[in-house]
Design a protein around this ligand. Structure first.
Ligand code: ADP
Length: 474
């Protein structure tokens, strides 16, 4: 099975969120189970140049806007699988990875370049695995080309939705400039008078997937479908949910180099050292008995920061400390800052992005909160489980798939989850988690259950293989 996985971001080359984690880890896991997987992703200004091997392709000659565009492609195996990075400074050397009005054009170009590269590599892949709206252009292009180009005749597309809320909308009039002039292409993109790259991907791809079982059901409802639920319902027979794994090499408390002390299920003593180090680092009083609650999140409405705002006072009244890592919308950054100013002995924040701090917070916290409004999969709750930290989450998307409600009688479950998007429901679960934290026996049991959960990529990769086989047989 030969698979070309195309993604706008992939760890360790680039990352703004879960998509980057998945696109970096999945091809590695696929390679391990014997699939010939190649990853194609852009070379950004932010990509560490140390990862690159020689410039394998110097003159990637791309058909673009009626002319030719010369780009390069670098090779790397830094993520554990063969990777090509498309080098086109005009499109990808920017201050940030996303956030420009012409993003649709940048990723339409990326898709064109990726398909040109695949063709140049010589052997047609059985599967093009396309990810999120950025790759909707590649789905539409394969759909077109398959009709007249024998190279693509046997290639099937799998389109994965990582977040339905971002759909890559743009003006329908732009389509012809991107060489999608046919009636068929226009119909694929057209949505309520504008063009949607996500819609094209969902409409013309051979198989569809999302990043958790629960999210596959949710995106078929108006609440989570963001205007495309009719289409996911229409194609429900082609849609499956595969819950993401986490990279067990990168996220392993036994070997994690970011931690002041390593630990395992058999010997958790290192976890206290991590907590002490974390409290000291953030200038909080070092009282190891007080519960420490962590949060690592983009500060957007999706992540349920409104619930944290509403619950903050009650959480502080329990005596627990709170540490937040993240940046995002101004109103949420201001909230965390003001909470810190209000209770500097209990609250610490780091506004920004820091991979080392993310590891330290997962290890040093006792409880991790993720009250998301919606959560396609979510990774931090799985990191928490692996690091013996109790997740308190809202029962949506992948949070619902991976967190099992604690059952005190049978000592089963690995965390706490609530359903109504209400602060009172959230606070109630925090109280429950604090009760467990205070009881040595229950704490040991819930940690053991969490640390023993299998959220490895190997598990998920096998499910992707089944999906690829299904697509290839169409
Ligand atoms: P999303 O993709 O919606 O942001 P996920 O939970 O799927 O949410 O993935 C987020 C990833 O980004 C996780 O690996 C998380 O640890 C990481 N992350 C988010 N914010 C930060 C931050 N401020 N610093 C470091 N890592 C972060």
């Amino acid at each position: 099975m030969r698979v070309a996985l195309i993604s706008a971001e992939a760890v360790p080359y680039s990352k703004t969120g879960g998509l980057g984690d998945v696109a970096g880890a999945l091809p590695k896991a696929l390679t391990r189970i014997g699939i010939d997987a190649v990853l194609i992703t852009p070379l950004y200004l932010q990509t560490k140049r140390g990862y690159l091997e020689t410039a394998v392709i110097d003159d990637l000659d791309i058909d673009w806007r009626g002319g030719r565009y010369k780009a390069k492609a670098f090779y790397s195996r830094a993520n554990g699988s063969p990777t090509f990075l498309i080098d086109a400074p005009e499109f990808f050397y920017r201050d940030s990875i996303y956030g420009y009005t012409e993003d649709y054009e940048r990723f339409a170009f990326f898709c064109r370049a990726a398909l040109t590269l695949v063709r140049l590599l010589g052997t047609p892949p059985e599967i093009l695995h396309l990810n999120d709206w950025h790759c909707g252009f590649a789905a539409a292009e394969l759909f077109e080309r398959r009709r007249y180009d024998p190279f693509w005749a046997k290639t099937r597309s799998v389109f994965s939705v990582h977040n339905m809320a971002y759909q890559g909308g743009f003006d329908l009039g732009e389509l012809w400039k991107l060489d999608f002039a046919s009636e068929r292409a226009r119909n694929a993109f057209a949505l309520n008078g504008y063009a949607s790259a996500m819609k094209a991907g969902l409409e013309v791809s051979d198989m569809l997937s999302t990043v958790s079982r629960r999210y596959a059901i949710e995106i078929q409802t108006p609440e989570y479908g963001y205007g495309l639920d009719w289409l996911t319902r229409l194609r429900a027979d082609r849609l499956i949910g595969i819950t993401n794994g986490i990279d067990y090499e990168v996220w392993n408390p036994e070997t994690d180099p970011e931690l002041p002390a390593n630990y395992s299920l058999a010997d958790l003593s290192g976890k206290s050292t991590c907590k002490q180090f974390l409290l000291e680092k953030f200038g909080l009083p070092v009282d190891l008995n007080l519960p420490l609650i962590g949060s690592i999140s983009r500060l957007t409405a999706q992540k349920g920061i409104d619930l944290i705002m509403q619950a903050a006072q009650e959480i502080l009244e329990t005596g627990a400390c709170l540490i937040s890592l993240g940046s995002g919308e101004k109103r949420y950054e201001e909230f965390w800052q003001s909470l810190r100013d209000y209770a500097p002995q209990q609250v610490a924040i780091y506004r920004g992005y820091s991979e080392p701090l993310a590891h330290l917070i997962e290890a040093g916290s006792d409880i991790f909160i993720m009250p998301s409004k919606f959560e396609p999969c979510g990774l931090n709750q799985m990191y928490s489980l692996r690091y013996g930290t109790i997740p308190v989450v809202r029962a949506v998307g992948g949070l619902d798939d991976t967190v099992e409600q604690w059952d005190a009688v049978n000592q089963k479950g690995n965390g706490f989850k609530f359903t109504p998007f209400e602060a009172s429901a959230f606070v109630e679960k925090i109280y429950e988690a604090l009760f467990v934290y205070a009881d040595t026996e229950s704490l040991a049991a819930i940690r053991k259950n969490g640390m023993a959960a299998d959220n490895s990529w190997e598990n998920a990769a096998t499910k992707y293989l089944d999906l690829y086989r299904k697509a290839a047989s169409l």
